[in-house]
Design a protein around this ligand. Sequence first.
Ligand code: NAD
Ligand code: UDP
Length: 344
Amino acid sequence: MRPINNRINTDTLISEIRILRSKQQARHIMVAGGAGFLGSHLCERLLKLGHTVICVDNFSTGLERNISHLRNFKRFSVIKHDVVDPIDIEVDEIYNLACPASPPHYQADPVHTMKTSVFGALNLLELAARTGARIFQASTSEVYGDPLVHPQVEGYWGNVNPFGPRSCYDEGKRSAETLFYDFHQRYDVEIKIARIFNTYGPHMRPDDGRVVSNFVVQALKGQDITIYGDGSQTRSFCFVDDLIEGFLQLMATDPSFTGPVNLGNPGEFTILELAEQVIKLTGSRSKTIHKPLPKDDPQQRRPDISLAQHKLGWQPLVPLSTGLEKTICYFDRLLTVEAHEWVG
Ligand code: NAD
Ligand code: UDP
């Protein structure tokens, strides 16, 4: 009789076959913004699939600690570079994630944010045109602004203020989409555009300023939880692992599918509900306090993901409570390490 531990584990086998297949087509892939929250997860996933990954980042919001564990891979390299300036290396695929995503960070230097979105897209599209690389753009639900159509479908043109504190980000991302469209039409560049809705998880910075990291860090430190406005505004929160799977599936679609396509979790929560969940899951004694609602803060947001379901066969799998538990675990460890470093 075969010993029990010799039995084939089907899951392992399937995953090994997948890795082998993708190794047969191992590619040189640039991840611009690869040291950031999403970018670092993407670099790791691509490396594990057998690809060679070149992380290009100016480290404005990205962190060395997000990618330090990847430096053991011989197929991983890092170039410190600002995408506002042209770059010329040989690549088969480009993911453009370079841009600060948190409102306090993208509003800190709005002119540079606009330049990053527009010149960054232009420079990377020119590289794609020269090398024949397929190129992915991390666009955003912010292209819908403060939406008057709910949930948001890709055909909705949005309700965006071009003259306000969020405009550098929203209009920069809208212009980038236009450049992608033009390079596809004019130069046949293979493009993929994901409109990403609020995503959270490990590798967010404790001082990122976005709502999930703020609430988790405040709850873990026993500080007041800062609700902007009355907390009735809604967001749909996607766990990072689900999103990265969507990136890979979008990038693997037929060249004729150019998007844009919504990627996000359609579960919709008020900011008050999010605060309650974080307090419950951390067991924190923190109280909620209210602060003024930032100008042009969208009132509601939820993706219609029918297109992603149909074209990519993709949908998020991780419920908010599970994703929050993993995120809380990450920040708990990080804050403990930081506290020890501070004392030491
Ligand atoms: P992040 O701020 O953690 O990561 C952005 C990365 O880009 C950082 O490593 C930063 O140093 C780098 N970067 C910024 N400007 C650059 C420049 N000029 N040149 C080179 N590198 C530069 O943000 P994130 O949440 O990981 O977002 C990644 C991308 O996804 C962004 O383009 C963002 O607009 C988009 N996006 C994210 C979300 C989300 O919920 N996380 C939602 C919508 C869109
Ligand atoms: N928000 C909040 N407290 C915070 C940070 C954010 O109430 O400490 C609110 C913010 O006003 C917005 C929502 O949470 O209504 C999501 O904000 P975030 O900055 O995460 O993303 P975005 O507004 O870009 O969707």
